[in-house]
Design a protein around this ligand. Structure first.
Ligand code: NAD
Length: 484
């Protein structure tokens, strides 16, 4: 049985940068899928606003092509697509100038929710906020959605928070981190706080360590120049991985409400110890198999930007003292696979003798591909021959456990955009969280900047530099294999 979809209230959504890559690949196809699902209906208007000179007809044609290319299975629904395109409008507008603003203001209606998606370069966020205010579109009910990156360090993030705060209060600002919109990430909270089974064990007494891996098999591709000014620490660790770590480590919030959840996440970030230089490894992929290496894909042939980071983090609080969190992320690794693995301790005493070996439970939360949850348990190896133990997975791949229809859940952008319209900020980062995350990553980046050492090279298709393996080996542990 498909889950019940409750339509959202009527709204006007302006997508600044509505002709850009993110709008075409993610935002507009996501809106179309929500339309097909019946969540968007009635008198809704979606207004693209960007620099390109075009009229609404040309914009609809552009969006039609984008949906056919990126809309997934729903793209074939011609009748719905034609109806959806009628909701679209377009304004040629300059974020830094005067062009288009009066037109846009004239189109907005006051009897509904008005949301503004900033899908433009971050250098324009302040300009957009200022002009929305100037042209009377920043009333108390309006909301803005801000894409990543949110600053490039603590100072720039603070400045951006201050700029936005001049025109919008915190309750109107939706800082998007699409990892928080993933089904399994939310399931992580359901598992932790909806079952009695796990929470009593969710601490340093029973958890040996936690591994968070976000591995990509592709390189920087056409985004080389953007990536080169960022690197894995800024692009992945400060935001997505930090959010995952927070959800794993936080105390139970009193309620599943925006500030209750975000307060708990913030406490985790603030309890993180500074990362010691010996606990962080950075790498950069080399070429191989006719694929170019990192430096051949970016303008700066001597680039010192990391395409891989592995680090060991400690959370100094009552729950987690003594349990390390190992994080690794990188491009051009052997597989595209992201997961969180909670590695429980061995049973305190083995009654089965040395031959049975030592075993421990592992709870794995797979983010991609094959979203699902797996619990590794120890059982007796079937058959005669004495008490030999083996580890087997209790696997709950959502598509198998729930049936294909139930497991066909909205992608992260679909869910998050609907949350903006519903006014639910639980899955969006608050300004103080973002700042605290930068305060933790800044010293690591500053240390790298102060050195002139190159990141460690690693082979394309590998698991990263050997030093990342050593980070674990020296603690008597090892990374899980990167596999889908
Ligand atoms: P893009 O370069 O493809 O598109 C930029 C858009 O901004 C275009 O529509 C352009 O017309 C518009 N624009 C540029 N200058 C303007 C101005 N002065 N006034 C009005 N409009 C102007 O960029 P993108 O890849 O779509 O990225 C948009 C934002 O989303 C960026 O902040 C980026 O960091 C973020 N983001 C992108 C991706 C992605 O996969 N593309 C992923 C995550 C975050």
């Amino acid at each position: 049985m498909a889950s019940r979809v409750i339509p959202v209230d009527p709204f006007d959504l302006v997508v600044f940068g509505g002709t850009g890559d993110l709008a075409r690949r993610k935002i507009l196809p996501a809106l179309f899928r929500r339309y097909v699902a019946g969540q968007i209906e009635g008198d809704v208007r979606l207004i693209g606003a960007a620099r390109s000179e075009m009229d609404a007809t040309a914009y609809r044609e552009m969006v039609r092509e984008a949906i056919l290319e990126f809309g997934g299975d729903e793209a074939g629904r011609k009748t719905e697509l034609a109806a959806f395109l009628k909701m679209l409008d377009y304004v040629t507008l300059d974020a830094k100038g005067t062009q288009g603003w009066a037109d846009l203001a004239a189109k907005m209606r006051t009897d509904r929710i008005c949301a503004f998606y900033f899908s433009v370069a971050p250098s324009l966020f302040g300009d957009l906020a200022k002009r929305l205010h100037k042209h009377g579109m920043a009333d108390d009910e309006s909301r803005i959605v801000v894409e990543k990156p949110f600053g490039r360090d603590l100072e720039t993030a603070r400045a951006l928070n201050r700029t936005l705060a001049r025109h919008f209060h915190e309750g109107q600002i939706y800082r998007i981190d699409h990892y928080l919109g993933k089904e399994t990430v939310q399931n992580l909270m359901a598992i932790r706080f909806g079952n009695v089974l796990f929470e009593p064990l969710w601490n340093s007494q029973y958890v040996d360590h936690i591994q968070i891996t976000v591995a990509e098999s592709v390189g920087v591709g056409g985004r080389g120049d953007y990536y080169d000014s960022s690197g894995a620490m800024r692009d992945m660790v400060q935001n997505h991985m930090m959010q995952l770590l927070c959800l794993i480590a936080m105390e139970p919030p009193a309620k599943f409400e925006p500030d209750a959840v975000r307060d708990e996440k913030l406490k985790v970030i603030r309890a993180l110890d500074p990362v010691e230089p010996e606990n962080v490894v950075r790498g950069q992929y080399e070429g191989g198999d006719a694929q170019p290496g990192y430096r051949a894909q970016v303008e700066n042939a001597d680039s010192l930007t990391e395409s891989f980071v592995a680090l060991k983090a400690h959370i100094s609080n009552w729950r987690w003292a003594g349990t390390p969190f190992y994080l690794r992320t990188g491009k051009r690794l052997k597989e595209r696979a992201s997961e969180i693995a909670v590695m429980f301790k061995d049973a305190p005493h083995s009654i089965f003798g040395a031959d049975a070996g030592r075993h421990h439970n592992i709870l794995t939360i797979r983010l991609q591909p094959n979203e699902g949850i797996e619990l590794g348990v120890t059982i007796k190896e079937p058959g005669p021959g004495g008490m030999r133990l083996i580890d087997v997975p209790l696997d709950m791949t959502f598509a198998e456990a729930l049936g294909p229809e139930e497991a066909d859940f909205p992608d992260a952008y679909e869910r998050l955009i609907m949350d903006v319209i519903r006014g639910n900020q639980t899955l969006f980062m608050r300004g103080d969280e973002v700042e605290a995350a930068w305060a933790w990553t800044d010293p690591v980046i500053a240390e790298w900047d102060a050195q002139s050492d190159a990141p460690l090279p690693y082979a394309s298709g590998s698991s990263g530099p050997d030093d990342a393996l050593m980070l674990m080996h020296r603690d008597g542990r090892r990374w899980r294999e990167i596999r889908p």
